[in-house]
Design a protein around this ligand. Structure first.
Ligand code: 4GN
Length: 251
């Protein structure tokens, strides 16, 4: 996958994509990340990219010209319009694991990172296909959200995670929260690893983990259970819990 990131601060991207799994993905050429400095496409004397808003008000707005010219440049390189152009903004579609999985199937993504009070609406109108928000809060720029999206998408690309660490075991992949993990030592400062994980009984371990996932989801994010496809076994776990609760005198 190739990702072009349009930003006023390309240096911000040097760190996060140069370590660990994303570093290896780039080395293996599974992921190619290219930053483009929007300022390089400003044609005015001082290379400015923003101006005061029409209609008045505080702050500055990123003008359309450098961004449209950036896209002319991309069109020339690729010999056509990019299929997927993402803009990071608080009013966008909420980002999710499902969204990341969908984007991971694309060959090419363009991500536009805004700054200041906003970007001229005509950029959105003419150039953007997907507006994405990583959560209900406002940041000073679209760079950090873009990094979040790139990371989540990259790890869904086949081959990026090692065979051992598969994305299919994650929280959210199957719509449930993750079960708890343990490693050595088996006893530490009085905290013990659950006995069942030491038993070597794979079927019991699988059942225990699934149960933990279900109970955690029920406790912390009950709304997720509405969306997930529950197995017969899951329903049994939950109905037994319900029976237990109903047998208690809760008045
Ligand atoms: C995205 C962008 C938050 C998000 C952003 C988000 C930059 N803040 N929740 N800030 O995904 C006005 C122009 C604010 C760019 C934008």
């Amino acid at each position: 996958m190739k990702i072009d990131i349009l930003t006023l601060f390309p240096e911000m991207f040097e760190g996060p994509f140069s370590h660990s799994i994303l570093k290896r993905a780039r080395e293996k050429k599974l992921l190619q990340i290219n930053t483009i400095n929007i300022r390089d496409f400003s044609r005015n004397k001082h290379h400015t990219v923003d101006d005061t808003p029409y209609g008045g008000g505080a702050g500055m707005v990123m003008g359309p010209e450098p961004l449209f010219e950036c896209f002319d440049h991309l069109e020339k390189i690729y010999g056509g319009k990019p299929e997927r152009v993402i803009m990071m903004c608080p009013q966008g579609e909420p980002f999710s694991q499902a969204y990341a999985r969908e984007l991971a199937r694309e060959e090419h993504l363009v991500i536009v990172c805004g700054h200041y009070e906003g970007i001229d609406e005509r950029v959105r109108e003419a150039l953007v296909t997907d507006e994405i928000s990583i959560g209900d809060y406002v940041l000073t720029g679209g760079e950090l959200p873009a990094m979040v999206v790139v990371d989540a998408v990259a790890r869904m690309i086949p081959g990026v995670l090692g065979e051992a660490a598969s994305a299919e075991e994650d929280s959210f992949y199957h719509g449930l929260l993750e079960y708890p993990h343990y490693t050595k030592p088996r006893s530490y400062r009085g905290y013990e690893v659950p006995e069942i994980l030491l038993s070597g009984h794979h079927e019991n371990i699988r059942k225990w983990r699934r149960r933990q996932s279900l109970l955690r989801t029920l406790e912390r994010r009950p709304e997720l259970l509405q969306e997930v496809e529950l197995t017969k076994e899951d329903k049994k776990v939950l109905s037994e819990l319900l029976n237990l609760l109903q047998s208690l005198d809760l008045t």
